[in-house]
Design a protein around this ligand. Structure first.
Ligand code: HPA
Length: 251
């Protein structure tokens, strides 16, 4: 993430399979509070590669907060208040596109939001004016390129495109829902991509998604989805994710 204009830390939001970030040289940990409530976990400060980093476990540490109950506003506000202006959201996802099978890494370029009932804006309540932010390109192009260059430099197979379909969860989808999402143009499916991306945008932060495919989406394989296969894909693929994060912070 050399694109940082100053020495501001890069925020990393770790999802399923990334509750702690090995390789992070930890210098401090802070339990913080925001006007929106408390973030999922204390902010872990440190450095990765050559850059200062603030790490936040999206589902708490230990992993206990389901996707629809994450306080996304508190998470993003806490990172913003810690000085973060670039956020990497690491997300475990299901693969819909035929090239995006278990343990594959994707840096999506678009998203479709199917979530509902989540607190998904900072702009509500007693306001002086109505605000509609532009969200044409939900993921920061420069940060995407940094991650993709890191993957290429490490010989990691990583898709440089993809539409992330954000579903409500916590249940997985039906096969028909996945067929519909495929017709809509979704390549991967996950439960935490929104409202995280839009809240970062509302705060003026750059946001990029690093997706690790942990299972074929419902109906895309000859079997139903098991936690065992998800764990196996995390074990295989998370090392690539960590390597990409480390390399993208180097030099
Ligand atoms: N669907 C939704 N979210 C997910 C999946 C999935 O198949 N796999 C991991 N997160």
């Amino acid at each position: 993430m050399k694109a940082q204009p100053d020495s501001r830390p890069v925020g990393i939001i770790g999802g399923t399979g990334l509750t702690t970030l090995s390789g992070l040289e930890i210098t401090g940990e802070q339990a913080v509070s925001t006007p929106w409530g408390e973030p999922s976990a204390p902010l872990v400060e440190g450095s990765l590669g050559d850059l200062p980093v603030v790490f936040l476990a999206r589902h708490g540490n230990p992993h206990r907060i389901p996707p629809h109950q994450v306080n996304y506003r508190a998470n993003l506000q806490a990172l913003f208040d810690a000085g973060v202006r670039t956020v990497v959201g690491v997300n475990a996802v299901g693969g819909i596109h035929s090239d995006m099978g278990p343990a594959h890494v994707v840096v999506p370029d678009q998203l479709i939001d199917y979530t509902w009932g989540r607190a998904s804006t900072f702009f509500e309540g007693e306001l002086d004016a109505v605000t509609h932010i532009d969200f044409t390109f939900p993921y920061d192009q420069d940060a995407r390129k940094v991650l993709l260059d890191a993957a290429a430099g490490q010989g990691i197979q990583c898709s440089d495109f993809g539409v992330y379909g954000a579903t409500q969860g916590p249940r997985l989808e039906t096969a028909a829902e996945i067929r519909r999402m495929e017709r809509d143009g979704c390549d991967i499916v996950g439960m935490t991509g929104m409202p995280e991306a839009v809240l970062a945008a509302e705060l003026g932060m750059r946001y990029v998604c690093l997706g690790l495919v942990v299972n074929w989406a419902a109906g895309k394989s000859d079997h139903t989805i098991t936690m065992e296969e998800i764990k196996a894909a995390i074990d295989t693929g998370m090392s690539d994710v960590k390597l990409m994060l480390e390399q993208s912070m180097a030099g």
